[in-house]
Structure formats: structure tokens, C-alpha cells
Ligand binder design. Sequence first.
Ligand SMILES: O=C(O)c1ccccc1NCC(=O)[C@H](O)[C@H](O)COP(=O)(O)O
Length: 195
Amino acid sequence: MRVKICGITNIEDALLAINAGADALGFVFYPESPRYIAPENAKAVIAALPPFVEKVALFVNETPDVIRSVCLSTGCTLAQIHFDVQDDFFSDVHFPTLRVIRAQKKEDILTYTDEYRLIDAYCEAYGGSGKRLNIEWFEGIDCSKIILAGGLDPENVASLKPYGFYGVDVSSGVEASYGKKDHKLVETFIQKAKV
Ligand SMILES: O=C(O)c1ccccc1NCC(=O)[C@H](O)[C@H](O)COP(=O)(O)O
């Protein structure tokens, strides 16, 4: 499984995650989040990274123009769209995008099955809540284009193996405090996800 470590706010955590084997890092460009990072700070973190790392920019309630502009100015490589938009919004961004489905019921995870998508547990505050999805919803469905998020941690990530998810995404489950990662938890999470 590919692993994304989300809610990166500093170079130390970013390098630790990459050196531990993370495939992607997430930067939250949503000012109301406790994990918000200003674009100029994200740009500095990204400039310190080695090649072959996916830099994911998270957005809530922004326009396609703002999303594209922030991605280009920071060096992010993928825009993760957390809010509800019409389908043509994605093509209007003119930059690689990833749809987030904030699932409240099983039917929600059965949509957009032909595209790679991130499925997170629904919560009012948009993300990083530690809230888990009902894993039984994923039994018997094709998970090869799903990145699973929501309440994952080093204790439960290995149990996801049989489902065949494309990837996993974690934020609060590897945090020491908001916006600061616990290095041991990050390393253990990645190790267990990659077994
Ligand atoms: O993390 C945030 O504060 C956040 C704010 C606004 C939009 C998205 C946000 N995070 C989304 C993520 O991709 C998280 O990694 C995902 O929700 C999983 O979080 P967690 O349950 O804490 O692992």
C-alpha cells in the first residue's frame, strides 16, 4: 500500500516521513485547520525534499484558480479536493486532482469507482478527526483505486492488507500534537502499512 502522511507543517517531520518510506506528504491549505501551513512555508518544506515524492495540497472551499496557483507556487504535485463540487470543477483546476469522498454510509463509497479517490470518514470539520469508517463496507468491493483515510494508526493499519487498498492516509494517528508528528508512530505506521 502507498502511504501518505498528512498534516505536514515542518521540514523535520517531512524528511522523517520520506526517509521512513512514505510515498506522499499532505499540506493543509485550509486556514481553519489546526494543521494549516501557509503556502510560503510549504514551499520551503517542499524545496528541501528529495525527488520522487508526491506533494499533496489539501483544499476546502477554494476556487479552481486559487488551487492551481497555490499548487504551482509551492511545488505541490496533486490537489486534494475536500469539499463538494460539481464534476466540471476538477477539469477547471487544470492541475492533477484527487477527489475526496467523505463517507457517511456504504452507498457513498460506491461512487466514482473508475477513478482514484480518497475515502475519508465524514466529519463537520473536514478532516484529521481520527474518526474511523466502517471497514465492513469495503468487503467484496474493488479497493484498488481507493486511498483509505480516517482513524488509521500503527495498531490498525496492518489489518487493512486483505482489502487491497491502493493506499492509506493518516494524520492524527501519527501526531504528537496538532501539526507535529510523533516520529516513532510515523515510522511504525509506514513499516506496518508496507509489510
Ligand atoms: O487534517 C486537517 O486538519 C484537514 C483539514 C481540512 C481538510 C482536510 C484535513 N485533513 C484531511 C486528511 O487527509 C487527513 O489525513 C484525513 O482526514 C485522515 O485524518 P485522520 O483521521 O486524523 O488520520
